[in-house]
Design a protein around this ligand. Structure first.
Ligand SMILES: Nc1ncnc2c1ncn2[C@@H]1O[C@H](COP(=O)(O)OP(=O)(O)OP(=O)(O)O)[C@@H](O)[C@H]1O
Ligand SMILES: [Mg+2]
Length: 276
């Protein structure tokens, strides 16, 4: 197998020359990157750099004005820009949001089962009649939810209403809900935002478990550089919609353009932690 073919086989998602404009703001400008199978790939950059917008392009909330996003997670490469937003979960792409989005007045388990509906391919009449296929789908959904609850140590909160849970636990529930769709690629927008130091350390463990135990690839946006360094295989730094550098966490943190974009006068970005 040639080196090129080998490299293609490692690809899960490739974004090439992505741009999108909101009025006068070029929020993303000519951004290209690849996410490889099995890796944690992290987007960093100052506020307003365009990170969440990149996620919204991948999730099909926005359509890019230039560029293409290709999904390599299926049998053949697929142009994501031609897919509707609701197709993402069934393709194997799940996400969490910068601001938690859960059903507040439902229990943790109910929220996780909602996430599973994407894989229930049984038809309306079969649902009505509750046939064997529907029952098997239901059983599988519940088993998956229970596995995720165990993996993320949510047993104590399983039947609690989301509204009554501390913020840190809700962040984990959102992660759990995304995992219940059994994604190949998990998009995490600021998993540590609003978490204290201890909860952030736990989040790092969850992300590592998701990568290593479940084999799920992760594309993350994150400001906490200690978390970024701990869990990321590769990092891409953006500023004002453009890519500044891509490489290992160390390479990117010490890149002169990255240091300049963040802080101007300070030597590196390792101590950076966003004040929410
Ligand atoms: N729907 C929108 N309409 C208009 N402007 C937008 C929209 N979404 C994002 N922007 C603008 O695009 C730019 C990039 O925003 P984005 O939310 O992607 O930044 P970010 O890197 O995620 O920042 P943060 O770290 O603060 O979350 C900003 O100037 C923002 O104001
Ligand atoms: Mg953002």
């Amino acid at each position: 197998m040639s080196a090129t073919v080998q490299a293609q086989g490692d690809l899960l998602l490739s974004a090439s020359n992505l741009s999108v404009r909101f009025g006068g703001v070029l929020a993303v400008n000519g951004v290209s990157f690849d996410v490889r199978r099995g890796e944690v790939f992290t987007l960093i950059g100052p506020n307003g750099a365009g990170k969440t917008t990149v996620f919204n392009l991948i999730s099909r909330i926005y359509t890019p004005s230039t560029g293409e996003i290709t999904w390599h997670g299926g049998d053949a490469p697929l142009k994501l820009t031609q897919q509707p937003p609701h197709a993402m979960a069934a393709l194997g792409i799940a996400r969490t949001f910068q601001n938690i989005e859960l059903f507040e007045h439902a229990t943790v388990l109910q929220n996780l089962l909602v996430g599973r509906h994407v894989h229930r391919r049984t038809g309306f009449w079969r649902e009505m009649l509750f046939t064997g296929a529907t029952r098997r789908a239901e059983v599988h959904a519940r088993e998956t939810a229970e596995r995720v609850i165990e993996l993320l140590d949510l047993q104590h909160h399983r039947d609690s209403l989301v509204a009554g849970l501390p913020y840190g636990v809700r962040k984990v529930v959102e992660l759990a809900r995304a995992l219940c769709t059994e994604p190949k690629l998990l998009l995490l927008d600021e998993p540590s935002s609003g978490l204290n130091v201890e909860e952030t350390a736990d989040m790092a463990f969850w992300i590592q478990d998701i990568q290593k135990e479940l084999g799920v690839s992760v594309l993350m946006v994150e400001h906490d550089m200690s978390l970024v360094s701990k869990v990321s295989d590769r990092v891409l730094a953006m500023n004002q919609g453009e890519v500044l550098a891509t490489g290992t966490p160390r390479e990117v943190q010490t890149d002169a353009k990255v240091v300049e974009a963040y802080l101007g006068s300070v030597d590196d970005v390792s101590s950076l932690r966003r004040v929410a």
